[in-house]
Design a protein around this ligand. Structure first.
Ligand SMILES: Nc1ncnc2c1ncn2[C@@H]1O[C@H](COP(=O)(O)OP(=O)(O)OP(=O)(O)O)[C@@H](O)[C@H]1O
Length: 628
C-alpha cells in the first residue's frame, strides 16, 4: 500500500499533480473527486491503511470535517497561483470578483496594491457560505469570478465568466514534500510510542500519569493489576475521583517530586514515586510509579541470595567438627536444639574454642541454611568503618563513600544468619544501633531516610564475661538481655582433653595435602604430653602445634621430642615432669627405665648428658623412654 495518496478536485489539477510527481521522481496514487466524492476517496484510503493524504481547497475542508482520521496536507494557493488566475481573468473582463477563505484573500489585497486594480472580494468562512458568496458577488455586477472549482460550477448557466483558482506545480511539489516529511516524522513517532508502550506494558512498576488538569492519560497493565482496575475505566477521568489518596494532585500543584513514599491502597502497602513533568516552570502533568512493598522485598531477597553465593556462605562441613567428650556433646546438643528456633544465641567461651564453628553449625542446622551466613569480627574492624560495613550507606553519605553506595552486612544477611564475633568489643554507639536492629527488624543505611526491613537471625560470641561488663558499665544491659536469649558455653580444650587425639587425627589428615607428607599419628608418650598441656589458646593453638610437629617430624609417627620442640618452652617443663607408667609385671625393663629417669633428673632433663652418663646413644635413650 502506498502510504501517501493525493485527491485532486478536478482533472486539470490531477494532471498538474502527475507532473509534480514526475518532477520529484515519486509515485503517488492520484484520485479525482470533489467534495463528497473526495470524502469517499479519503474513507477508502483510510480503510486500506494510507498514512498521509494530500488534497486541496474545499475538498480538503470536506475531508477534514468528515471524521477521516488520517493526517491531511493541504495544497496551498500561492501568490503565483493567484497571479496566474488574475492575469487570466483580466483577459476576460473588467470587473473581477473573488470568493475564498481569509488567507487567500490576504494575497488578493497584495495583488490589488501592486496592480492598483480593485477586486471584489467575498470571504468564505464555511462550505455553506458558497452559494451566498456567489450570489453576493453577482449582485455586485462582476464580469469575471475567480474561485475554486466548485464555485465556478455554480456560474455555469450565467453570463459571468469564470477562472478556476488552481494550484500550480510548485504548490503541489511543496505539498508532496511536506507529506513525505510528515510521513517520516509520524513513522518515527509511531516507533517511539511503540517503544514506550512496550516499556509500559512490560515494566513491573505500576505507572499512572495525568495531564495538567489531573486527568489520567496513561495506566499501564502493571498498575491495572496492582490496583485491580481497568485502564479503560480510568483514562480521561480525574485522578482525585479514582485515587484520592495518591497525592498526585498535590504534586501537580507543588511541582515538587516525591520519592520513595509509602502509600496504601486497599490494604496493600506500596512504594511510590511521583514526578512532575515540567515545561520550564509550568507543570504539564505528573507521572506516578509504584510497586508493591512485598514484591520489592522479595526481589531484594533474591538479590541478597545471589550475593550470598558470592562469599557469604558457611565454610565448615559438619563431619569436620569432631569431639566425643561429654562437655562437647552437651554443647552440641544445645546447638541442634537451639538451631531450630529463630531466637538470638550468645556463644561464650575462651578464644579458639570453636565459637565460630558453632555459629556455622547453628546456621547449617537451621531453616535458614539456604540463606547467607555473614560473619563479622567486631574487634577486627575500626569503629567508624564497622558502622558503614554493618549498615551500608548511600552515595554521598560521607567523603569517600563509594559511588552508588554500599549494601550493609545486615542487609546481605537477609534471610540468613549474621554472626557477630567479639560482640563485647562493640562501641557504645553501635551497641545502641544494634539493639534497634534487633527490636525493629529493620536497618537504615548511613545518609538515608529509607527504612529497609530485614529478616535475620543474630548469633553473637564473646570470650569476655559480658555479665561482668554489664555490671562495670562497659556493655548495655538491655542489649545483653536481647542477645542472651539462648546461651551456649563452648568448653575449653583443657575441659575435654579426651577430644585431643580425635582433633589431632583430623588436623593431620587435613594437613597431608598441605605439607606433602604422610604422618600416621602421635606416639603414645607424645600424645600424653599433648593431653597434659593446659592449652590456653585452645583448638586454634592445638592445630598450630600439630602442624609444626608434623613438619618437624622425621618419622611417620610423631614422637615426644618432636612434640616438645613443636610446643616450645611450655612443653619442655611437661617433658621434664613426664613419667611413663611403670608396669608392675615388667621386671628388668622397669628397673632400666627407673634408672634412666633418675639419671635424667640428676642432669636436669638434659638428654644428651644423660645418654653420655648411661653410656648409650641419644636415639637409644629415646627409644628406651618411648618403649611400652
Ligand atoms: N570441634 C571442632 N572440630 C574441629 N575443628 C575445630 C572445632 N572447634 C574449633 N575448631 C577449629 O579451631 C579453630 C578455632 O575455632 P574458632 O575460630 O571457631 O574459635 P573461636 O572460639 O571463634 O575463637 P575467637 O574467640 O578467637 O574468635 C578453627 O580453625 C576451627 O576450624
Amino acid at each position: 500500500m502506498d502510504p501517501i495518496q493525493l485527491i485532486a478536485p478536478f482533472e486539470d489539477q490531477a494532471k498538474v499533480a502527475e507532473q509534480a510527481c514526475e518532477k520529484l521522481g515519486v509515485k503517488i496514487p492520484i484520485h479525482v473527486g470533489s467534495m463528497d466524492e473526495a470524502v469517499k476517496h479519503a474513507k477508502r484510503a483510510e480503510a486500506s491503511g494510507v498514512e498521509v493524504l494530500i488534497s486541496r481547497g474545499t475538498s480538503a475542508w470536506k475531508i477534514a470535517q468528515s471524521g477521516v482520521n488520517i493526517p491531511l496536507v493541504e495544497i496551498p494557493i500561492t501568490g503565483y497561483d493567484l497571479l496566474r488566475a488574475f492575469m487570466e481573468a483580466r483577459q476576460l473582463g473588467q470587473k473581477i470578483g473573488i470568493a475564498d477563505i481569509p488567507d487567500v484573500l490576504h494575497g488578493v489585497e497584495a495583488l490589488e496594491e501592486i496592480f492598483h486594480y480593485p477586486i471584489e472580494k467575498h470571504v468564505i468562512e464555511s462550505l455553506e457560505d458558497v452559494d451566498l458568496a456567489v450570489h453576493r458577488l453577482m449582485e455586485r455586477d462582476i464580469e469575471v469570478l475567480i474561485g475554486k472549482w466548485v464555485y465556478v460550477q455554480k456560474l455555469k448557466e450565467t453570463p459571468i465568466k469564470t477562472v478556476v483558482l488552481s494550484s500550480g506545480i510548485e504548490s503541489i511539489i511543496q505539498a508532496i514534500k511536506e507529506a513525505k516529511n510528515l510521513l517520516e516524522v509520524r513513522r518515527k513517532e509511531a516507533a517511539r510510542s511503540k517503544q514506550i508502550r512496550a516499556i509500559l506494558d512490560f515494566i513491573a512498576d505500576g505507572v499512572i500519569s495525568v495531564d495538567e488538569q489531573g486527568k489520567v492519560s496513561v495506566c499501564n497493565p502493571a498498575a491495572e493489576k496492582i490496583l485491580n482496575i481497568q485502564s479503560t475505566d480510568i483514562v480521561g477521568r480525574k485522578i482525585d475521583d479514582i485515587l484520592p489518596q495518591s497525592r498526585i494532585n498535590q504534586v501537580l500543584l507543588s511541582g515538587r517530586e516525591e520519592l520513595n513514599s509509602i502509600q496504601e491502597y486497599n490494604g496493600t502497602k506500596m512504594i511510590a514515586n511521583r514526578i512532575p513533568i515540567l515545561y520550564g516552570e509550568k507543570v504539564m502533568g505528573v507521572v506516578n510509579t509504584f510497586q508493591e512493598l512485598k514484591k520489592l522485598q522479595q526481589q531484594e531477597q533474591e538479590i541478597r541470595k545471589k550475593l550470598s553465593h558470592q562469599g557469604h556462605v558457611t565454610k565448615y562441613q559438619l563431619d569436620k567438627i569432631v569431639g566425643t567428650s561429654p562437655s562437647f556433646l552437651g554443647a552440641m546438643e544445645k546447638v541442634s536444639n537451639y538451631a531450630k528456633a529463630d531466637s538470638t544465641i550468645l556463644l561464650s567461651g575462651e578464644t579458639g574454642v570453636g565459637k565460630e564453628v558453632f555459629a556455622h553449625m547453628i546456621h547449617n542446622l537451621s531453616h535458614r541454611s539456604k540463606g547467607p551466613f555473614v560473619a563479622v569480627n567486631c574487634a577486627a574492624i575500626p569503629e567508624n568503618l564497622l558502622e558503614s560495613e554493618l549498615f551500608g550507606y548511600v552515595e554521598g553519605a560521607f567523603t569517600g563513600a563509594k559511588k552508588g553506595g554500599k549494601t550493609g552486612l545486615f542487609e546481605l544477611a537477609h534471610g540468613g544468619t549474621i554472626f557477630l564475633d567479639e560482640i563485647g568489643e562493640l562501641a557504645a554507639s553501635l551497641q545502641a544501633r544494634l539493639l534497634r536492629v534487633l527490636q525493629e527488624e529493620e536497618v537504615m543505611r548511613l545518609g538515608d531516610e529509607r527504612v529497609i526491613p530485614i529478616d535475620i537471625r543474630v548469633v553473637t560470641a564473646s570470650n569476655r564475661d559480658l555479665e561482668e561488663m554489664v555490671e562495670a558499665g562497659g556493655f548495655r544491659a538491655d542489649l545483653f538481655y536481647r542477645i542472651n536469649i539462648l546461651h551456649i558455653h563452648v568448653p575449653a580444650l583443657r575441659e575435654r582433653k579426651e577430644d585431643i587425639p580425635l582433633l589431632c587425627d583430623l588436623f593431620l589428615e587435613e594437613l597431608e595435602d598441605q605439607i606433602h607428607k604422610k604422618i600416621c599419628g602421635f606416639k603414645q608418650e607424645a600424645m600424653q604430653i599433648m593431653q597434659e598441656y593446659h592449652w590456653p589458646g585452645n583448638i586454634r593453638q592445638l592445630r598450630n602445634v600439630v602442624e609444626r610437629a608434623a613438619i618437624l617430624s622425621a618419622d611417620e609417627w610423631i614422637d615426644q621430642e618432636t612434640v616438645i620442640e613443636a610446643g616450645g618452652r611450655a612443653f619442655q617443663s611437661i617433658g621434664l615432669t613426664y613419667r611413663p607408667q611403670i608396669n608392675e609385671t615388667s621386671k628388668l625393663e622397669d628397673y632400666e627405665i627407673k634408672h634412666i629417669l633418675q639419671v635424667l633428673e640428676q642432669v636436669g632433663g638434659n638428654q644428651t648428658e644423660a645418654a653420655k652418663i648411661l653410656g648409650i646413644g641419644r636415639t637409644t635413650l629415646w627409644r628406651k623412654l618411648n618403649r611400652r
